[in-house]
Design a protein around this ligand. Sequence first.
Ligand SMILES: Nc1ncnc2c1ncn2[C@@H]1O[C@H](COP(=O)(O)OP(=O)(O)OP(=O)(O)O)[C@@H](O)[C@H]1O
Ligand SMILES: [Mg+2]
Length: 458
Amino acid sequence: MFLARSLSGRLLLLTIIIVMMVEILVFLPSVARFRQDFLLERLQMAQIASLALLAADDEMVEAALEKELLANAGVSTIVLRRDSARQLILRTPLESPVATTYNLRDATAIDLVADALIALIRTERRVVRVIGEPILNAGEVIEITLNEPELCRAIRAYSQRVLILSLIISAATGLLVFLICRRLIVRPIEGVVESITSFQKDPERGPIAARQNSGLREIARAEIALGEMQTHVRSSLKQKTKLAELGVAVAKISHDLRNMLATAQLMADRLEGSKDPTVAKVGPKLIGSIDRAVNLCVSTMKHGKADETPPEARQVALQGLVNEVSSAVFTEDGSIELRNDIGENSVATVDPEHLFRILSNLTRNAHQAMESAGKGDCVHITAAGAGDEIELIIRDNGPGMPARAIEHIFQPFVGSVARGGSGLGLAIASDLAKANGGVLDLVSSTTEGTVFRLTLPS
Ligand SMILES: Nc1ncnc2c1ncn2[C@@H]1O[C@H](COP(=O)(O)OP(=O)(O)OP(=O)(O)O)[C@@H](O)[C@H]1O
Ligand SMILES: [Mg+2]
């Protein structure tokens, strides 16, 4: 079964079958020839035996001699007709009456083949007459009778020898063809197939088809075309990945930009037409926000590619930073508040810009959820140091996250259920935490509220 399925196995089987068929075609004339030679030899021996009669006085020999002559020639009777008048006759009694006559003088090739094939399977004991021409023009016609089983046995033995020889020849040829084809065709094809499958497994890093120097033009062409195609596919894949990364980066950046500009807008709205003394206080915050937006734009233009600016870690006082977040995200009407319970001495070693983005995403989410559900009024942030890490707990008493958002948490674009939300906020926050050597995870989210934990190096 395995043989018939593989290319090399099929080649082996096919070669054996074809060689066997050729052997059969050769066998038919050769077995006919063998039978004819067998009979002609008997005729010649009979002719020689009959010549003994010429030496006898009245062309008669003793019965004992006659029997010996016939036995030597392997026949039962001999009749040699020298001319229409004279004939020499030797005979012993026949086993049975003559069943049929084979006339070798006018037998066609088809007759000879057919008679030989029938002899191959004949089992009954028969006596047959054979007629032929005497050699050296020693007479007109020679006729013998003989026991057919002898002939059949000889033909069968001959066929057996031919069969064994044919089997050996076809097995040897098959093996030879198999080995040659395997080296010349199958191996190179296997190489091409291997290259295709390993490339398919990992198109970005898998090996590219190399020329095996199989010497076959067609396979060499396939190898070259495959190699070119793989190189081409790989380069366009790289290009696509880069573009996709760029797309994600641009989306991330514009996402945060949008938030920052929203803040700026909020402040600007308040500034507009106000003679309030708070203007003096709000002004610098507005400038700070706009600065951040500008910085992001600048870095987008500078890189034009996938990576975020690498974090510039330094010691950051957490209390102050959370206060900044609070005033950027939370309005001062006080309906929803941010309770900053972080100790004065709590510090983390992070990029302050990044931490600001992480916390504003988390608190903005909580704020938006509580505002739209009309449930909850407080986001509570605490910090606790443990070894060389510090854990920030961001807890709200809002409605809790929807199941879909929990299922796809930290995956870009899929987790959002908020109208107008892009589903990037948490993904960005998580990425930024990782980039700063920290972890952001969701501790719990129930109808009682949501708790996130941000672990950072302290
Ligand atoms: N504290 C929270 N309480 C309730 N739901 C939350 C909270 N934080 C996140 N969610 C839910 O998780 C979803 C995903 O938040 P994420 O910040 O990733 O995207 P978004 O807020 O929808 O869009 P944006 O990209 O503008 O931030 C939100 O749509 C919201 O439904
Ligand atoms: Mg959000």
